[in-house]
Design a protein around this ligand. Structure first.
Ligand SMILES: Nc1nc2c(ncn2[C@@H]2O[C@H](COP(=O)(O)OP(=O)(O)OP(=O)(O)O)[C@@H](O)[C@H]2O)c(=O)[nH]1
Ligand SMILES: [K+]
Ligand SMILES: [Mg+2]
Length: 436
């Protein structure tokens, strides 16, 4: 970690704005020089040191804690320093300008600390994705899933799958190298194909977890649908506990789909209010209904509403739905199988939340999912297809079998970012905050 090829980077790693404490992080070869300049000394590794922080002219900027993490045992693999200072704009602006004025230092780009950790082999690509998800996590389910991924669960699984494929390929190589002409269908080939076959079930289990994993990352889509004035927007507001959508006695009030993010007992939900379903001569309302039906088609769960004083309208076939009767504060009959709510009195709202949670829990896997991104699903899907093709090949063609297994292994390398990683990294890190 010597030399000036990599500039030493500096950033505010906590959120911007006034706060009790703010964390400024520095990583790179100049870190010891930075500590000597700002503190007058290099603290003992990994022990917090309370100290005055000074600029180059010796003027005190603030009093705070300083930590020194020598490379390669640090987050980035380089020497790292952390300053915990008072979170005021004035302190931070003075500290950051002092630091960036030092030779060889500059402000970090978004995700640059993590990028260095990746390049130092501290994290694989799936773990970086997990870290990004952990920072973005808003609910318990998201936190658990992201943490598991950040800790390397997918990387560990990928390494096991790949090791089995490499073993199978080595057996095939042996057979190809030593077999006599025209007699290559030896027992090693059957053994190699057998080994490759053993990884299929866990690859397929991982693929099966993708839908739930993606839902947990992005939120389960729950759509409110029903005829105009069924009370969809009122129920959206009641579930969100705030005034999100316009409510009025005029049928056809809602036109655009209105989305709110909710945390239903740890489950991330994207709740969508839609236009009331009816025939209309109004062009805008027709478009609203078209969008409503599209949202129902894409939903994980549709709340199918009717008001207690009117009839439901049919939903498109195949929609996974929960029948709900609204306005139960008014007179009318509740039918069997319907869940009753009143947005006005609040009756039934908590029970409905429970019920939605139970339905969504059934859709998720009990274990946090291994695959959470489309990129990961594609890579594992390619590995599965290649192994299935290898299995189907004639044992007299070990070169072709080996080639399919090589493709499968490459797909798994792409999964954890051992190859073809640049484009993925660029788009991933552009979504990171500065200082991470
Ligand atoms: N008594 C009673 N009235 C309600 C309740 N929920 C909604 N309403 C009334 O029913 C009318 C329609 O409510 P909305 O929430 O706008 O209905 P909507 O289904 O979103 O209607 P559109 O957007 O036009 O399709 C409003 O006048 C609400 O005040 C309820 O629980 N009890
Ligand atoms: K309305
Ligand atoms: Mg509405």
């Amino acid at each position: 970690m010597t030399g000036t090829a990599y500039p030493t980077i500096v950033a505010l790693s906590s959120a911007a704005g006034r706060a009790g404490v703010a964390v400024v992080r520095v990583s790179g070869s100049q870190v010891r020089f930075v500590l000597e300049t700002i503190l007058g000394t290099v603290p003992k590794p990994r022990l917090a040191k309370l100290s005055e922080l000074r600029d180059r002219d010796g003027e005190v900027i603030d009093q705070g804690l300083a930590l020194y993490f020598p490379g390669p045992g640090s987050f980035t693999g380089e020497d790292v320093a952390e300053f915990q200072v008072h979170g005021s704009r004035a302190v931070l602006s003075r500290l950051l300008s002092t630091l960036t004025a030092l030779p060889g230092l500059r402000l970090a780009e978004p995700g640059e600390f993590t990028r260095r950790a990746f390049e130092a082999g501290k994290l694989d690509l799936a773990a970086v994705e997990g870290l990004a998800d952990l920072i973005d996590s808003e609910t318990e389910w998201q936190r658990r899933q992201a943490l598991r991924q950040m800790e390397g669960a997918l990387g560990i699984a990928a390494a096991e799958w790949r090791a089995a494929l490499i073993k199978a390929m080595m057996l095939l190589e042996a057979e190809i190298d030593f077999a006599d002409e025209g007699d290559v269908s030896g027992p090693l080939i059957a053994e190699a194909v057998g080994i490759a076959r053993t990884v299929l079930p866990s690859l397929q289990t991982a693929l099966g977890s993708f839908r739930a994993g993606e839902r947990v990352r992005e939120g389960f889509v729950v759509v409110l649908a029903g005829p105009p004035n069924a009370g969809k927007s009122s129920l959206l507001n009641a579930l969100a506990r705030r005034d999100v959508a316009i409510v009025s006695p005029i049928a056809g009030t809602t036109r655009d789909a209105i989305e709110v993010r909710l945390d239903l007992g740890g489950i991330p939900v994207l709740l969508v209010d839609t236009a009331g379903l009816r025939e209309s001569a109004d062009e805008i309302e027709v478009e609203g209904v078209r969008r409503a039906l599209q949202r129902v088609a894409d939903a994980d769960l549709t709340l199918h509403l009717r008001a207690i004083d009117s009839d439901p309208v049919p939903l498109p076939e195949g929609a996974s739905s929960l029948a709900i009767v609204t306005k139960i504060d008014l007179p009318g009959e509740q039918r069997t199988g319907e869940v009753g709510v009143s947005a006005r009195s609040g009756e039934g709202v908590d029970e409905l939340i429970e019920l939605i949670g139970a339905r969504l829990r059934d859709m998720a896997s009990p274990e946090p999912a291994l695959l959470t991104r489309e990129r990961q699903r594609i890579a594992v899907g390619e590995a599965v297809s290649a192994i299935i093709r290898a299995e189907a090949l004639d044992h007299g063609q070990p070169e072709l079998i080996a080639e399919e297994l090589r493709l499968a292994a490459r797909a798994l390398e792409r999964l954890v970012g051992r190859i073809d990683v640049e484009d993925v990294l660029d788009s991933l890190f552009s979504g990171f905050c500065i200082g991470k």
